[in-house]
Design a protein around this ligand. Sequence first.
Ligand code: HEM
Length: 145
Amino acid sequence: MIQAIRGLQWLSRLVGACELTLGLVIWFVGVSSVSLHILLGSVMALILLIVGAIALPVKETRSLGAIGILYAFILTGFGMVQMGLLIGPLHWLVQVLHLLIGVGSIAVVHLIGARYLKLKKVSRPAPLESADIPQSTPVAASDEA
Ligand code: HEM
């Protein structure tokens, strides 16, 4: 699970950067890459769902896991309806909100992942004491001997 979380954190960074670039291109250049943007946005929502589902059974990360799952629905829900909201001179408010929710999704994946990884690292058994490990090389004689 630790490897899965690390991989998903890495993937969310990649997908998030592509999403941000595509979104800004849609916004300022007006090039229509909306279908690809929605597809990658769905991948981001899937990452949130998986990370949330991994965190959910662990008591200490349960609420964060639930937030991750809820966030996946907010991300896709708002992404799908935003075009019809506040049509007119105030539509930029909706666009900024969508941008913030989008960037927030990267942060949520990282927050859940960081908490989960910290917890799993702490709960791992401590490494053996050096005294327990047999010495393979003789200890060098001190100068006083
Ligand atoms: C990491 C996640 C995301 C980021 C960073 C992001 C960012 C952006 C930005 C900056 C824009 C241009 C401003 C705007 O029109 O709102 C945009 C447009 C758009 N986004 Fe996203 N977005 C993300 C996820 C999603 C998702 C999950 C969906 C839908 C399921 C979606 C649907 C759309 C649509 C339809 C547009 C075009 C709106 C228009 O033409 O007016 N986005 N996105």
